[in-house]
Unconditional design. Structure first.
Length: 254
């Protein structure tokens, strides 16, 4: 098998890789290539969708679109409403960046203090070249934004804290372990298509029924988000493995 590139930019390609696995497929929100007809069909079906650049990071360019009594979209802190789908679509065409987009089923995420959150699961090859889930962290959205990314005003917090009002004690520990295992399964599956990978970061949203949804798989995950936790044990391990895998190497002294 060919040793492919170490990063995949296309969210569409990464989604299709996940859909190849029957067990993992049920955790993937419905996703289509953005078009006028696909957007209308997805809005009629799901009532809320996310329009996101096929290539992009840090939540840049992500737009939430909703259909209730009116059509509405929010990009960053700016929200607009429209009486017709045609009005919405025309405005979106102006708001979008000049690149290809996807439309993804919207997930009504759990909240912490009325702010949505998701979680990043870090999975890396360890020193024995075996996959290991090395980190997990919650990411809370800015009160007036729709994305949780740290580089887009999101706030990293311990996942235990964010799940505290939804799960208690052993239930919470077991649930976090199930998320860690889901990340591990995704890494093992990705390796079948892309054997060159040594690290992935899985962004998982949790809905009101506590079902996990794989929002995105990052093939060049940032380890430094874990440095935002007061307890540095997880960060030190993630960074150590990242360096062992050839990333973030210290410059040699002359």
């Amino acid at each position: 098998m060919v040793n492919r590139a170490r990063t995949i930019g296309s969210k569409w390609v990464k989604t299709k890789v996940l859909l190849l696995n029957k067990e993992l497929r049920r955790f993937v929100p419905e996703t289509r290539v953005y078009s006028q007809s696909n957007l209308l069909q997805m809005l009629n079906k799901h009532k809320m969708v996310y329009v996101k650049p096929n290539n992009g990071s840090c939540g840049q360019g992500v737009i939430r679109v909703e259909k209730n009594d009116k059509y509405r979209y929010q990009a960053g802190k700016i929200a607009k409403s429209f009486g017709t789908f045609q009005g919405l679509f025309a405005a979106l065409s102006k708001a979008k960046l000049n690149r290809s987009y996807l439309v993804q089923q919207g997930i009504h995420l759990l909240t912490h203090q009325k702010r949505i959150f998701d979680t990043r699961i870090m999975v890396q090859k360890n020193t024995h070249k075996k996959w290991e889930t090395t980190g997990y962290i919650g990411r809370v959205a800015h009160p007036r934004k729709i994305v949780t990314n740290f580089h887009n005003s999101g706030k990293p917090l311990p996942l235990e804290l964010l799940l505290g009002s939804h799960l208690k004690n052993q239930q919470k520990s077991d649930y976090i372990q199930s998320l860690r295992h889901l990340g591990y399964r995704i890494a093992k599956h990705y390796q079948k298509s892309y054997p060159g990978f040594k690290e992935i970061g899985v962004d998982i949203g949790i809905d009101k029924h506590l079902k996990p949804w794989v929002l995105e798989v990052n093939t060049a995950p940032d380890p430094f988000i874990f440095n935002q936790l007061k307890n540095k044990k997880m960060f030190f391990k993630v960074l150590r493995y990242a360096r062992a895998n050839g990333r973030f190497l210290r410059a040699k002294r002359k």
